[in-house]
Design a protein around this ligand. Structure first.
Ligand code: F6P
Length: 546
């Protein structure tokens, strides 16, 4: 079923939550924990190696019951089935949404437009594996016969953030004598800095773009081609130094890359859901096909859990419902994602596209303007760095900021007491946020009356703690799938299309209009507001001088 035509805010399930919110909004986590000493173990769930502690949320059993009832009322079960089945739930683009098919096992069947897509998925994975092996073994030679020592992925958005996040996250597993870099920004500095110390004879570019028309990527791709051809002195070098990942074979050929060196994917894979498609080629080259397969298995384990587990034990469903609870009832505007794992340093940036491009929508699937808040802002930094920066606001500021803490039992780089100290910090942060420190406690410690308010922590600040054994390819897959499906859960509650991104179009179109106005030899007639026109004139003047 498509989400009900009715605004979610007008449904009985929502109204029951609104009423319940008034009853529980003042309850402190201290009271909730004092009333039930099993809470810390009871309000947890586990799947695909992820331990999910949601006990430090401002919820009672009744809250969870009402949130789960909301999920049922919004047809979440049917929506999940429709997505996995390949129904065209991305209605505005008339597309199926099948990132889950990217990690379906060989032999599974997922039918889109009468065709089972799983064999194609595995055929592509096999080609990627073979290519990765050849690059890693030095069998794939550059134009001058030298082996490839540097791989640069050129892409942006979903064709960059997933690969760069996965590369950083799985760096521990990567081939260390291969340099892997990412160029995304149309700012020439990105390309210049990525290539300045590289030898073109040993550099392979992966041009990653679903459409193969994106301005930033195509501009960087052309600069890369000029850089290679200039250094190697031969147009033919392109064949050994460029491969493409795209759904658009015609544009790939137009660019000059042979389709034999192209890895495809499909319109039913959204850009921000594509890191486990051929878009992950740079990841596979870096970590090897076996590790990539293990990552897919992690994704799949969480997919199966999302599809089959009862909602009350279903991690993405719980996570998504809690996000709705804070976003729509407490009025929280943001979610902080705080990985206590240095390798996950780009995870928050990756999640920003996944969550905000998916659920940053102001109309429902049937085009009605919403009368409630949709997707929150996601942000974050790895711990413990954030503790010495913005945590002050999370602890004592006026804004409610639910936090996702992510941590691992085992370090990938054991070093003295470092890991114990790291884990002590993440556990302490959740405790401090939830329970705070009362004015009485502060005074009992000897603080003078005038200082006590400054040193008081009101607590009652919610957090989830996600823990896993260690950051492995499989754990990363499970973690990403957890957020993907949480985003879907939230979008289903709000009734928005989490799989289109029309909001990026206007800026792109206006930039296309402004480019010739900046570059025209003669003063162009400007049909803009006075601010935009003045900025264009100012830049033209500066450009002439330069
Ligand atoms: O501008 C937004 C967007 O369309 C993203 O959704 C996408 O991930 C990115 O651009 C890159 O698109 P492409 O892979 O087609 O170059």
């Amino acid at each position: 079923m498509a989400p009900s035509q009715k605004s979610v805010a007008e449904t009985p399930a929502w109204q029951a939550l609104a009423k319940h919110f008034e009853q529980v909004r003042g309850i402190h986590l201290r009271e909730l924990f004092a009333a039930d000493n099993t809470r810390g173990e009871r309000m947890t769930a586990e799947a695909a190696g992820l331990y999910f502690d949601y006990s430090k949320h401002r919820v009672t059993d009744e809250t969870m019951k009402l949130l789960l009832a909301l999920a049922e009322a919004r047809g979440l079960r049917e929506r999940i089935d429709a997505m996995f089945r390949g129904d065209k739930i991305n209605a505005t683009e008339k597309r199926a949404v099948l990132h889950t098919a990217l990690r379906a096992p060989r032999g599974a069947s997922v039918v889109v437009d009468g065709q089972n897509v799983v064999p194609e998925v595995h055929a592509t994975l096999d080609r990627m594996a073979e290519f990765s092996r050849r690059v890693r073994d030095g069998e794939w030679k550059g134009h001058t016969g030298r082996r490839i020592r540097a791989v640069i992925n050129i892409g942006i958005g979903g064709s960059d953030l997933g690969p760069v996040m996965a590369y950083e996250a799985l760096h521990h597993y990567s081939m260390r004598d291969l340099t892997v870099r990412f160029v995304s920004n149309v700012d020439g500095t990105d390309f210049a800095e990525a290539t300045r110390d590289l030898d073109a004879a040993e550099t392979l570019f992966i041009i990653s773009s679903k459409t193969f028309t994106t301005l930033e990527t195509m501009t960087n791709a052309h600069s890369a081609r000029d850089w290679s051809v200039r250094a190697l002195g031969d147009e033919k070098a392109v064949a050994r130094h460029f491969v493409a990942v795209s759904t658009n074979a015609a544009e790939v050929v137009k660019f000059g890359i042979d389709t034999a060196n192209m890895f495809g994917f499909w319109d039913w894979v959204g850009g921000r859901y594509s890191m486990d498609s051929a878009i992950g080629l740079s990841t596979m080259i870096a970590i090897g096909p076996e590790n990539f397969t293990a990552m897919l298995e992690g994704f799949r384990a969480l997919d199966e859990h999302f599809r089959a587990a009862p909602f009350e034990r279903n991690l993405p469903v719980l996570m998504g419902l809690l996000a709705v609870w804070y976003n729509n009832f407490f009025g929280a505007e943001t979610v902080a994602v705080l990985p206590y794992e240095q390798y996950l340093k780009r995870f928050p940036a990756y999640l920003q596209q996944l969550t905000m491009e998916s659920n940053g929508k102001h109309v429902t699937l049937d085009g009605a303007v919403v009368n409630y808040q949709t997707g929150p802002i996601f942000w974050g930094e790895p711990g413990t760095n954030g503790q010495h920066s913005f945590y002050q606001m999370i602890h004592q500021g006026t804004k409610l900021i639910p936090c996702d803490f992510i941590a691992f039992d085992e370090p990938l780089n054991p070093l003295g007491r470092h890991h114990d100290l790291l884990i002590a910090n993440v556990i302490a942060q959740g405790e401090a946020l939830a329970f705070g420190k009362t004015a009485e406690q502060v005074k009992a410690e000897g603080a003078p009356d005038w200082l006590a308010p400054h040193r008081t922590f009101e607590g009652n600040r919610p957090s989830t703690t996600i823990m896993a054994r260690r950051l492995s390819p499989a754990t990363l897959g499970a973690l990403v799938a957890l957020y993907e499906h949480s985003v879907f859960t939230q979008g289903s509650i709000w009734g928005v299309n989490s799989f289109d991104q029309w909001g990026v179009e206007l800026g792109k179109a206006l930039a296309q209009k402004i480019i010739p106005e900046l570059e025209a030899a003669n003063e162009p007639a400007l049909n803009h507001d006075s601010s935009t026109a003045a900025l264009i004139r100012r830049y033209r003047k500066a450009r002439r001088k330069a």
